[in-house]
Design a protein around this ligand. Structure first.
Ligand code: CO
Length: 169
């Protein structure tokens, strides 16, 4: 089922999401709904809080170099924790909760993440480039942070001004 995505400046986007403790049917339904919603909105990543569920769960589905978004590449990270980072990369980010706004953000270029899968099994993965960026962006959502918080002061001010105009329309 496609769920509604909450958008900035909804205060719930700034909540710290809670650890997932029950790896049950409800979690499976949430993850399936998140996938459907993300694909519907043409996103490459989504955190549970974006569909108004404050749980530490996120999904990422990057397209292949040919531009195909294959479900077999879908990543589901439950209770993820970044345990190591290296390097830095600047990437032009966007967010389904801040539609049609894109800006450069600097993050680590390589990360190691520990997480659980939908059945509660402990896993870890190493990622670099866009995947590393996406993981950091989505984990920020779980901690109640948005990428616009990383913008330099003048860009943030400009964003707020433009956003106010847009919301009024
Ligand atoms: Co986002």
């Amino acid at each position: 089922m496609i769920r509604e995505i909450i958008t900035y400046p909804n205060k719930r986007l700034f909540l710290r999401s809670k650890e997932v403790e029950e790896f049950d049917k409800k979690l499976a339904v949430l993850l399936d709904d998140m996938y459907e919603t993300m694909i519907h909105k043409k996103g490459i990543g989504l955190a549970a809080i974006q569909v108004d569920v404050p749980l530490r769960a996120l999904i990422i589905n990057l397209p292949t170099p040919e531009g195909e978004q294959k479900k077999e590449d879908l990543l589901e990270l439950i209770n993820p924790q970044i345990v190591k980072t290296e390097g830095s990369i600047v990437y032009t980010e966007g967010c389904l909760s801040i539609p049609e706004y894109y800006e450069d953000v600097e993050r680590a270029n390589w990360v190691k993440v520990k997480y659980q899968d939908r059945d509660g099994n402990e896993k870890s993965l190493e990622a670099e480039g866009l995947l590393a960026v996406a993981i950091q962006h989505e984990i920020d959502h779980l901690d109640g942070h948005l990428f616009i918080e990383k913008l330099p002061y003048f860009k943030r001010k400009k964003f707020e001004k433009e956003w106010k105009k847009r919301v009024k329309r």
